[in-house]
Write a protein that binds this ligand. Structure first.
Ligand code: TTP
Ligand code: MG
Length: 366
């Protein structure tokens, strides 16, 4: 029996919440992220409305570049409390449509309706009901992909954004996929794309026309996984466990580039204090510390350290200080420029992950 999997993904989530609450922003380029400071701003775009995307703006783009392309846009700082509330409301609605529900991040989820719906007509009706209910109760639009596997459903939900419903049936999905860019496939990003292009694989059809053995020869196990995905043969189940929070992070961008290490470390210590307060408040232990640094050209490096036992240690400050130093000095960019003046610009963040609660087995819901 073919499975009926839905992938539901809110449209331009953060921006859509702001537009919902400020109808005067409708049909305007709305950009959520750092303050653009008339082109001199630091940081990046979190997301933007579809009108802003017409100017080439997208998540992760430096806000200064966004301002150059779209100076008349409406630039807003994120309001996470509001987004978190909307996310919870949406997830609650989705979870009512099937006991097999998996939330991904704050604005996506999978539903398995194989046991609930008899045919495609019914599953489409359910998708429409979901869209209506979310629009009426939360005021947001959501795009839905329906397919026999999770990965295909994810590709499908992206095909008719915003507010679309896209159905891939076992008998037609290959024909629908064949002319699409390979970057539509989960697992092929900008970097992987280059390797595929070098071997002449540009469209999903090129993968479909390549034998799996050749995909393995060319790209190893990753090639095999990609081949399985586009052929609808990956059989990943939904992980229906309650979401467990497994990291806490804080990050800041300096207003001006800096290579003043005392300033960098004092900022890092402040972030550390904030994280420690949160750890204590929630009674978390952790095993891994990750540091992230971003340079003036937006190249970003992360370095992690994992401890054998979970810790929640007052002296963690020292460890973080030492690791910060290690992190900064192992950055390839620093190694390249060692000896000459190192342009270490803008320490951005660090996070603690692999959190454990002191009461073993207890899950944290957030
Ligand atoms: P996405 O679902 O990736 O993006 P989106 O909902 O804004 O747009 P789309 O219609 O294409 O689905 O991410 C959900 C939210 O997560 C997004 O609204 C803002 C946040 N986010 C960031 O803060 N930074 C990022 O780099 C990305 C990708 C998302
Ligand atoms: Mg989304």
């Amino acid at each position: 029996m073919n499975r009926l999997i839905l992938h539901c993904d809110l449209d331009c989530f953060f921006a859509a919440v702001e537009i919902r609450d400020n109808p005067q922003f409708r049909r305007k380029p709305v950009i959520i992220g750092a303050d653009p400071r008339e082109g001199k701003g630091r940081g990046v775009i979190s997301t933007c409305s579809y009108e802003a995307r017409k100017f080439g703006l997208h998540s992760g783009m430096p806000i200064s570049q966004a301002y150059l392309r779209c100076p008349h846009g409406i630039y807003l700082r994120p309001n996470f409390k509001k987004y978190s509330k909307a996310s919870k409301q949406v997830m609650e609605i989705l979870s009512r449509y099937s006991k097999d529900f998996q939330q991904i991040g704050n604005d996506e989820g999978y539903l398995d309706l194989t046991d609930t719906c008899l045919n495609y007509k019914e599953v489409k009706e359910n998708a429409k009901k979901i869209q209506m209910e979310i629009f009426e109760s939360v005021g947001l639009t959501i795009s839905i992909g329906i397919a026999p596997t999770k990965s295909l459903a994810k590709i499908a939900s992206d095909c008719n954004k915003p507010n679309g419903i896209t159905l891939f049936k076992p008998e037609n999905f290959k024909a629908l996929l064949k002319d699409m860019e390979i970057t539509r496939v989960p697992g092929i990003g900008k970097k992987t794309k280059v390797h595929f292009y070098k071997k002449g694989i540009k469209k999903i059809g090129d993968i479909l026309n390549t034998p799996v053995s050749k995909m393995v020869n060319l790209f190893g196990e990753h090639g095999r996984n990609i081949w399985y995905i586009v052929n609808g043969l990956d059989n990943n189940k939904l992980c229906t466990n309650k979401r467990i929070r497994n990291s806490i992070s804080k990050e800041r961008t300096f207003i001006k580039d800096t290579n003043d290490f005392s300033l960098i470390f004092s900022k890092l210590n402040k972030l550390n204090e904030l994280i420690n307060i949160e750890l204590k408040k929630r009674n978390f232990f952790f095993r891994t510390i990750t540091l992230k640094i971003r340079f003036e050209n937006y190249s970003t490096y992360t370095r992690s350290k994992t401890f054998y036992n979970p810790i929640q240690d007052k002296n963690i400050q020292d460890m973080i200080d030492n690791d910060a130093e290690a992190c900064i000095f192992v950055c390839p960019m620093c190694q390249e420029t060692m000896g000459s003046k190192v342009q270490r610009k803008g320490l951005k963040s660090y996070l603690l992950s692999d959190l454990c609660r002191i009461a073993l087995g207890e899950e944290l819901d957030y």
